[in-house]
Each structure stands twice: as C-alpha cells, then as structure tokens.
Design a binder for this molecule. Sequence first.
Ligand SMILES: Nc1nc2c(c(=O)[nH]1)N[C@H]1C(S)=C(S)[C@@H](COP(=O)(O)OP(=O)(O)OC[C@H]3O[C@@H](n4cnc5c(=O)[nH]c(N)nc54)[C@H](O)[C@@H]3O)O[C@H]1N2
Ligand SMILES: Nc1nc2c(c(=O)[nH]1)N[C@H]1C(S)=C(S)[C@@H](COP(=O)(O)OP(=O)(O)OC[C@H]3O[C@@H](n4cnc5c(=O)[nH]c(N)nc54)[C@H](O)[C@@H]3O)O[C@H]1N2
Ligand code: SF4
Ligand SMILES: [Mo]
Length: 743
Amino acid sequence: MPNSVTPTHCPYCALQCGMNLTPSQDGGVTVVERPDFPVNKGALCGKGRTAPAVLAAGVRLSSPLVRSGGALVPATWEEALDRVAEGLARTRTEHGPDACGVFGGGGLTNEKAYSLGKFARIVLGTSQIDYNGRFCMSSAAAAGMKAFGLDRGLPFPLEDIPKTGCVILVGSNLAETMPPSLRYFNELKENGGTLIVVDPRRTKTAEQADLHLMPRPGTDLALALGLLHLVVAEGRVDEEYVQERTAGWEDARAAAMAHWPEYVERITGVSVPELREAVRLFCEPEHAMVLTARGPEQQAKGTDTVGAWINLCLATGRAGQPLSGYGCLTGQGNGQGGREHGQKADQLPGYRKLDDPAARRHVAEVWGVDPDSLPGPGRSAYELLDALGTDIRSLLLMGSNPVVSAPRAAHIEDRIKSLDFLAVCDVVLSETAALADVVLPVTQWAEETGTTTNLEGRVLLRRRAITPPDGVRSDLEVMHELAARLGGERGLEKGFPTDPEEVFEELRRASAGGAADYSGITYRRLAEENGVFWPCPAVPGAGDAEGVEASGESAGDGEDASLDTPDASDAPDAPDAPDAPDAETIAPAHPGTPRLFLDRFATPDGRARFVPVSYRAIAEEPDDEYPVLLTTGRVVAQYQSGAQTRRVDELNSAAPGPFVELHPRLAARLGAAEGDPVAVVSRRGRAVAPARITTGIRPDTVFMPFHWPGEGRANTLTNPALDPTSRMPEFKACAVRVEAVKP
Ligand SMILES: Nc1nc2c(c(=O)[nH]1)N[C@H]1C(S)=C(S)[C@@H](COP(=O)(O)OP(=O)(O)OC[C@H]3O[C@@H](n4cnc5c(=O)[nH]c(N)nc54)[C@H](O)[C@@H]3O)O[C@H]1N2
Ligand SMILES: Nc1nc2c(c(=O)[nH]1)N[C@H]1C(S)=C(S)[C@@H](COP(=O)(O)OP(=O)(O)OC[C@H]3O[C@@H](n4cnc5c(=O)[nH]c(N)nc54)[C@H](O)[C@@H]3O)O[C@H]1N2
Ligand code: SF4
Ligand SMILES: [Mo]
C-alpha cells in the first residue's frame, strides 16, 4: 500500500476537483489540499472534503447480499455472482436478450462505462442499455450536436471565463453545485466583466449577479428568443460572422422575430427593460459566453431551449471565437466521459453512433466480433425504466439510484419491484439496491484507479490510494466474472480485463478516429500532465501511438469525416500535429484540444447551424386544480439521490432533510408558517416536507430538492414528459397544488 500522498480527484461532481489523499490511522484516508491542480487550486466543497467518510466499514457495503426468504442476507461472492448470472441467463433464454436491461451511471469511470456498454452488447446481446446521464445533460448534448456537430460540455477551459466580458448563466446554481468554480466568476467581475443569472429563484449564485432574470420555470425558450429578437431589432447581429461561419440564419431570424419583447414578457414574467439590459450587457463587450445547466435543459423542450441560446451566441458572433462561446456545465463526476464510450442507448465508444455502419465495423473489430452481431439502439432511460417488468424482465444496475432520482418515482419503484430479477452493484445499500435480488458491493474512488472526463473535456487520472477491504470487488471484476459465467464456451471474459489500464488501452483503440478521440492519451501522460483535453488522436511515431492509430476507417468510410478534424490546430497555443516522423526521431504527442471550433465547427462544411425554434408551453401547465409550478434541484451539502452523502454526519447536519421553498404570499394563503409541514400534490402523487419561506422565489413557483426518499421525495411529483430529441424528462416544471398539513 502506498503510504505517502496520492494525488487524485473527488468522487462527486463534474468539476473533478483535485485532492491529495494520505492514509489515516483507521485504515482510511484523509483529504489534504492539492494546490497544483488548476481547476480548483486546492479548494474543495464540503462533500469532497468529507468523501472519505463513505469508505468506512458500517457505512459502506462489505459483503455481497442475496435475497432469501424475502430478506437480503450476506453471501459469498461465488454464490452471489452465480445468482446474477443465472438470473440474467434465465431471462435471456425465456424472453430473449432484449428482455435483459442494463442501467449505468455518469459517475462511473471511463473504463467502467466502456466495459458496461460492451458487456451489454456482446455478453448479454441486448440493445436495452441506457444511463442516468440521460436525466442530466442530454438536451445540451443533442443541441450541441445539431449546432456544432460535436458535443463537449465546455469548448474551452474554465480559465477563459475571467477573461471574457459577460457570462449569461442559465439555470445553474454553481455556488451550490460546484462551489470552487465560483472563483472564476468572481474574477470575471473583478476584471470588469458582468454576470447575468437566469433562475426563477434568487439562489446563492443569483446573488452574485449584476443582473438576475427570474423567469417562470419552463419558459427559457421564450426568453432566449426574445433576446434574439432584440439583438436583431437593435442592429446587434454580427453579420460578417453569420455570413462566414454559420448556416440557417434566415429561418432562425424569422422564428425569433415572431417573439416580440412584450409577448416574451407575458410568457416569462421578465420585463422588457430587463430584456433590453441583458442584451446590452451581453452585446457590448468584445467577448461573451452563455453557459447552461439543468434549469433550461431538464425540460420536455430542453433541446430546442438550448438551441435558442446557441442561436443567440451565433447571431452575435460568440461561438468558436477566443474567449467567447456556448458551454454546458455537465453534472456528474464523469458526466462527460460517461456519455462518450457506449453506455448510452444509441452510442458506441469514441462518441460514435450505433447506427453508423462504419462505426459498428470499427468497434466490432476492436471487440473481435461480427459487426452484424451488435444490437441496434435501445430505449432511453425513462422509457427503459418504464418497461421494467413488462418487456424487460431482468436488470443489471450500476451507478444510479432511480427509486429516488427518476421522474414519477413511485411508478418507477413499482416497475422495479415487478422485475423477475434485479442485480445492483453499489458501494452502499441505496434505496434501489434494497429492492434487489442480489447486491454486489464494489470498490470506491480512493480504492481503485480509473479515468474521468470533467466538464471541460479534460481527461483525468484518479488513483488508488488505499487497499479496499476484503469482501468488496471492483465493477470491472464483476463484469469479468459475469462474462465468464454468461459467455459459456466463448471465453468472453478475456475481453473484460480487471486492470483499468488494460481497459483504457482498448478504449483508446475503440475511440481512435471517433469524435471523442482518446487514442493519444495514456495513463503515463495523465500522471505527468494535469489532464489532457480530448480530442487527442495518437500521432504516428509518437511513443504511445503503437496499435491505436485510427486505421483510416473513419474518413471517407461512411463516418462523418469532419469529426476527425478538430485537432491540434483548434488549440491556439498548440503546435500542429506533425506528419509521419523520420525513422530516427520520435514525434511529439498530440497536445490535446483545450479549445474547440476556433477555425471551424465539426459539421461537414465547418459551419455552425442555426436551429429555427419557436416557443411552446411546458407539458403540464397549471390549471384550477393544480395552480402552482413545481421546480426541483439541489442543495450544496447533498449529492444526487443522497445515497452517499446522506451517510455523512457533517453533511446531514448541514442539510438534514427535504423542504418546500415557497413565497410568503403563497405561504400566507395556506396559513403555513416557517417549518410547518406542507403537502405538494401533482397528478402523480403527494409529497410532504417542511415549508421554507423566502421572498427569493417567484410567488407562482415552489422548489424542492430531490435528494431524499420517502414522504418528502420530490420525484413522486415530477412529470416524465420527454423531450422528443434528447428524451430528457421535464424535471424542472410541473403543475402542483400546495396544501397545509394539520400537524
Ligand atoms: N451539491 C450538489 N452539487 C452537485 C450535484 C448535487 O446533487 N449536489 N449534482 C451534480 C450534477 S449530476 C449536476 S447535473 C449538477 C447540476 O447543477 P445545477 O444545474 O446548478 O443544479 P440544479 O439545482 O438542478 O438546477 C440549477 C438551477 O436551475 C433553476 N431552475 C429551475 N427551473 C428552472 C427553469 O425553468 N429555468 C431556469 N433558467 N432555471 C431553472 C433552479 O432554481 C436551480 O437553482 O450539479 C452537480 N453538483
Ligand atoms: N427531481 C429531479 N430529479 C433529478 C434531477 C433533478 O434536477 N430534479 N437531476 C437528475 C440528474 S442531473 C442526475 S445526474 C440524476 C442522478 O441521480 P442518480 O442516478 O440516482 O445518481 P446518484 O445518487 O449519484 O447514484 C449513484 C449510485 O451509484 C453508487 N455509486 C457511486 N459510485 C459508484 C461506482 O463506481 N460503481 C457503482 N457500481 N456504484 C457507484 C452510489 O452509491 C449511488 O447509489 O438525478 C436526476 N434526477
Ligand atoms: S465541487 Fe464537486 S468535485 Fe469539487 S469537491 Fe465539491 S463535489 Fe467534489
Ligand atoms: Mo446530473
């Protein structure tokens, strides 16, 4: 066991703060500062600081559990793995491979996400795999693909933010969800730049803003269109940029012109003078950015909404320019990498499309299988969960807790209970694991090595700092053992190494030539550099390139050749990738791509695409019976479904339970005082939690955090209406009624 300091990264959010770990007396680790990592420069939030608490015996799982006589009881690994293999094999035999479902998570390392997608498609042979990232940034990903031909959270490093002139932060509460990142926005203001926050609540982030717009939830699409209308009306379009670097302006312009400021004011509740002020602040400086997070994205029109914000950037010449651009703040620790390597229903590694014949050929070759044996695209996350117990009879779940986090959660909980067989790999007994037939306890961040890709597209190495306790195994070992049991004579386990570096080496080859090309990245480089930004193709002749060159498969072979091109030339400070080297010399490796699109977008003609979008209402507008809007989100001290953070004393003292945030006027109507229990009722169910009364929320809206199960579970209420493109559910707006509860 290494007993010195191990540099690594936080297990939680997409900032992937750097931290150092030192072994502690009790066999665990202590978090100490790691000032050399540029993203957070040593700063951490309370979750990161207390993450080692979840490593402790008693908090985490330490033995496999199997259901026996209705209860989960400890079992040996052999017994537990046999039970999982039998459960899945029986479903496959009786109902066919597509009756086996797999659900993954954006917190899984690249190696795990890659192996899980491969496991589903070649061991189980099922198309039915998706993951919780669908609930996260899928709308922004879809919009980015449409507009730019490529989707990477931020197309520039965070360090660019303080140097721009204005940032519009749409539906992000990063002061609570990524606290160390606030530094970049404070520096922006110190440098004379301005911050505009768009949020129906006066959050800690909104308090930092020069201008806070408080739209009605679910109306960001109208807001963005109204701003674009004013940009045109005030003659602020960057005609030269639009001419040279974009396509589709006329249709987008016509659509925006139908959204008069007064009309937009009526829909959003944001006044015309506020709209004008926002346009002025955004357009006057030389550079500006728009960053979105879950507020505008988690809507049944999230893709169009993000598209409208991108249109605003394109019309004003603020995309693919130095210190200007559109970015999405991804969420989970590996929210970015987790969506690139094949656990998404329609994807293959390297951000390839599962329905692209050339992509199938390339990946099938790496996997040593017949391309025709790969299943096609499957269902999206909510649709997959909704099919449990009907079309899908068995589920393997790794890295999510949908009983708490899925929309319309009471229904999803019922679907999970109706499965023939459920296996869950987790580090703790989550609410979903508690329903399983078999629970497999797995190793955690500090006990295993692997890579993640943060919100900037920076690939990072998490390192093992301590030996895991007896009784737990890694997710990679689980997949290896299940492949051995389910593969029969085929010896499939050879394709599922348990050493993460071996998996990464294969991922490099599988991603080579794809949009998210990792082939030039190695563990050695990641250990030496503070992360490498993708795309980073292998350079022929550079030390690490052997065996991972793209093999000429993609260009001209049916795959979109333009995706191969955002290479070194996109990074202003990066030298051009050299041609084939002399026999004598070793070529320098590709430097990675911190900044995308500076010369061209990743579309076939290099131009960004405007999308012509028009406003439409939320899926469930308030009415007499359900007159109030519910929106949901996060608090600083809890993470996601709370499976991990609800087990940490310090975090529980800071955020002990759910609450309903509401305006004094609404509270007065109910006769509710601070702390009184109130019921929130939607067409899907009823939740009860204490009132938290604040003027910092619109009077027509209530807010609930979604971190808790039970009576106060916000997702009992939420609407699973899906975005037609991204299949994102409408977490951020549904109609409810609020009632006082007799204590
Ligand atoms: N403490 C903590 N940090 C986290 C997480 C966590 O669970 N806890 N999760 C991580 C993950 S996976 C993610 S995805 C990110 C999420 O990070 P954020 O997107 O910052 O988090 P949310 O609180 O979901 O939503 C942000 C804001 O959107 C606002 N909002 C609600 N409805 C609307 C709307 O219709 N329009 C607009 N414009 N805004 C609206 C909410 O009031 C909220 O303040 O955080 C990451 N970091
Ligand atoms: N109402 C409402 N609902 C939401 C949202 C919202 O804003 N509002 N946001 C949505 C978003 S953005 C997200 S990302 C989802 C997240 O919601 P979930 O998908 O439920 O995410 P987590 O709670 O992080 O669940 C991760 C689970 O995996 C376990 N785990 C952690 N690391 C590992 C690992 O390496 N291997 C394995 N096998 N298990 C591991 C954890 O202990 C935990 O039980 O929630 C969505 N739900
Ligand atoms: S901001 Fe995110 S990555 Fe940083 S310490 Fe907190 S949870 Fe961890
Ligand atoms: Mo997320």
